[in-house]
Design a binder for this molecule. Sequence first.
Ligand SMILES: Cc1cc2nc3c(=O)[nH]c(=O)nc-3n(C[C@H](O)[C@H](O)[C@H](O)COP(=O)(O)OP(=O)(O)OC[C@H]3O[C@@H](n4cnc5c(N)ncnc54)[C@H](O)[C@@H]3O)c2cc1C
Length: 487
Amino acid sequence: MKATMKHPAPPPPTLATDSDFLAAAEALLGPRGLTRDPELMQPWLTDWRGRYTGRALALAQPASTAEVAALMRLCAAHRVPVVPQGGNSGMVGGATPDASGGALLLSLRRMAAIRRLDPAAGLVVCEAGVVLQHLHEAAEAQGLRFPLTLGGKGSATIGGLVSTNAGGTQVLRHGTMRAQVLGLEVVLADGSVLDLLAALKKDNRGFDLKQLFIGSEGTLGIVTAAALRLLPAAAGRATAWVGLGGIKEAGRLLRRMERRLGDVLEGFEVVPAHCLASVLAHQPGARSPLAERHPWNALIECVSPHEDNAALSETLEQALAEALEAGLIADAAIAANEAQAEAFWALRDGISAAERALGPAMQHDISVPVEAMPDFILAAGPAIEAAHPGTRAVAFGHLGDGNVHFHVLAPEGAVRGIWEEAEGKAISAHVHDLVTQWGGSISAEHGIGQMKRDELARLHDPVALGLMRRIKAALDPEGLLNPGKLV
Ligand SMILES: Cc1cc2nc3c(=O)[nH]c(=O)nc-3n(C[C@H](O)[C@H](O)[C@H](O)COP(=O)(O)OP(=O)(O)OC[C@H]3O[C@@H](n4cnc5c(N)ncnc54)[C@H](O)[C@@H]3O)c2cc1C
């Protein structure tokens, strides 16, 4: 097989096979497990950002791993493509079927049991449909915490988080989803069940197969359960909002805080003045934590399993006072209580919604080496604005991970839905070219889905792409798993 071979598209199922398949699937899953009701299916056929809408043969909602396995055997026999879906909070159209209507939408949401939560071992075994927020609550009830969170935590499921290798706001300290996964259970394209749930600290029996499925966006198998690590609950949390003169200062402050605060530094997010102003204008009741306007702001969070809120706030205050004295920061406010900390985070989490209200924008979830990010922002912003007159480039987010959301806002008066097609695509290609020149990634945490598939093919290393396609062909020879996504 040639490294560059494209995966064969499955033939569209005929009407006869459709009805045979649907009858067999309904017999297998029962009326709760399979629906063709357009009203019930409709909310799941459009992605969270509202950019893609597809059609599906039916919506399957199996209740167990055994049902998923039997369903996959049925799909393989009838050559029915499958689009796995969790909370449908993904950002790249990965869980949305295409317009043909030939694919089965496979929702894991009914598989929402926590099979085992073992405080002594510091691990939890969750089914794929467990919602992130429920996992947080279950861990907290046992004096533990799951160290990954993100704005979509009320919808995002464990299966989706694993399949996108999600990031979020604690990656700086705890890593992405990959770092939390100790084991996986996966149903393969032929319906066999790969049980890799044993959470062994040491296991050198060849390839670490679970890593293949983390971040593979449902193109290699259906994740049905995951063993995840848990940490002791936080004893204290301290959150600060810092005003800065520039993004270079933010980069220097990050390095300083890493050295000064060590392991307790958990989040370091940046928010430019323009984004803060949009949130203040858009979010009811929002207030700026600082009296003055600053060109850039940093949101810093420290969490400790040992120090309480007061002790940790004092440590953070001291570190910031030193930075102020060194002329690195202009001002800072430390949250006085939990409600104020949440209000700081609401300013950060409200950026996307506030920006949507401003008009169309092209969003890019990009990374470059952490230390290069301030220079990248300073170079790429003006380059994009100069090449695409009337646009405004804003970068915000996870500076501590070398990952920002680099959004290019449309010129005033641009019409949503038209501007993206007419100009937006060229802008995205320009941003991705710049990121590639800087040795970065066109997808830091959201994945590729259908949104960035062509860009991945255009820009990724051909050797890496060839290898991904060969792995896909080996695990899914009929091309039935999430066709049209990623590779
Ligand atoms: C407000 C908001 C903030 C967000 N912030 C962040 C952030 O900071 N960092 C970040 O990384 N993401 C973020 N996201 C994106 C999103 O929450 C993540 O991508 C999440 O991992 C998606 O989970 P989901 O269950 O909704 O998956 P879905 O959207 O349903 O699916 C995502 C992908 O995974 C596949 N998939 C889903 N379940 C399975 C399964 N069981 N087996 C195999 N494949 C499967 C789908 O086919 C699709 O390709 C945010 C989303 C929102 C709405």
